[in-house]
Write a protein that binds this ligand. Sequence first.
Ligand SMILES: Cc1cc2nc3c(=O)[nH]c(=O)nc-3n(C[C@H](O)[C@H](O)[C@H](O)COP(=O)(O)O)c2cc1C
Length: 331
Amino acid sequence: MTLTTRYLGFDLTSPFIASASPLTGKIDSLKALEDAGTAAVVLPSVFEEQLRQEREAIDAFTALQADTLTEAQSFFPDPALYERESHRTLDLVRAARESLDIPVIASLNGISPDGWVLFAKELVDAGAQAIELNLYHIGSDPAVSGDEIEARHEETVRAVRQAIDVPLAVKLSPWFSSFANVAHRITHAGADALVLFNRFYLPDIDPETLTLERTLQLSRSQDLLLPMSWIAMLRPHHQNHLALTGGLHQPLDAVKGLMAGADALMSTAALLKNGPGHLVHLREGLIQWMNAKGYSSLDELRGCMSRDRVRNPDLFERTNYMKLLDSWPGL
Ligand SMILES: Cc1cc2nc3c(=O)[nH]c(=O)nc-3n(C[C@H](O)[C@H](O)[C@H](O)COP(=O)(O)O)c2cc1C
C-alpha cells in the first residue's frame, strides 16, 4: 500500500506531517520525527516581535560599542555571539536542512506588512523549502472591521507570494463571518495550500488571585470535527492543497480527515503526548484500516466524504444544528 502524497509541490512518502511545536524546534527531536516516518516538518513559528527585539538589541549593542573606548570594549561579549543568538531561528532552518532529508517548512507569524515579507525572505534564504504563514489575529478592536482584517490578510499573502519563490501555505483561524470566502480569497492571493486551523489558546480567570492565567490544553480527537467539516465543505471548490491540523490522534482520525478531502494530515498534540513513535501507529493503523476495507490507494479514500459526494451534505450546515437539537431525547 503506497501512501505517497503530493503537498506543496513535494512528493511525500505519506500524508503525515509534524506540525509546528517544540518537538520540531530541536534537531534531536526533528531527527526522531524523521526516523519515525514524518513526511515533512513545520518548524515552530518565527515571531516578528521576537526577531525585531533581537535585532534592536544588536543595533543598540553595536552603537554602544562604537561609542566606547577600545579598552572598555573588551568587557563586552563578542558581537558575533549576539549575532548568532539573533539568528537562532534562522539557524534552526539551516541546521534542519543539513540534518534532514524530508522537506522543511518554516512558519512565520508576522505583525507588520514589511515584516511578513522581510522575514519570509530570510527564512527562504536560510533554506526553508516552503513557508507557512500563521495568520493569527484576534479581532478585539471595535474600530477595525472584519473587511479590513480580511483585506490585510489577503494583502499579506499577496506580498509574500510575490517576494518568495518557494511554495506557500497559509494557516488560518476558522473565526470569520464567511470562512469559505476568506479561504477563496487567500487562495487567489497566492496560497498553494491552506492549513486548517490555528488553535487558539485563551487565558483562564483565576477567581482566587484575580489574575489571568495562560492555559495550553492539548487537543483531543473530538477537536477533529471542525477542520474535518471545513475541509469537506471546501474540497469541491479548491484545487489547491488542504492540510488538516487539530485533533488528529488515532488512525481513524486520519481516515476521516482523508475522507473529508485533506491532502496532508498534521499532528502535534498526539506526538507531544506519545512521542515521535506515534507516527508509526498512525501510519500502520491507516494502512491496516484501508486493507481491511478494501481501499487500494489514498486517492480512492481522499475526498470520498467531501460535501459534493456525501448523501446528506446539508448536515454540514444549518440543518445539522436544527436536527441535532431535535435529536436530544426527551427528559
Ligand atoms: C506546545 C505547542 C506549541 C505550538 N507552536 C506552534 C507554532 O509555533 N506555530 C504554529 O503555527 N502552531 C503551533 N502550535 C499549534 C500546532 O502546530 C497545531 O496546529 C495544533 O496543536 C493543533 O494540532 P493538534 O491537535 O495535532 O495538536 C503549537 C501547539 C502546541 C501544543
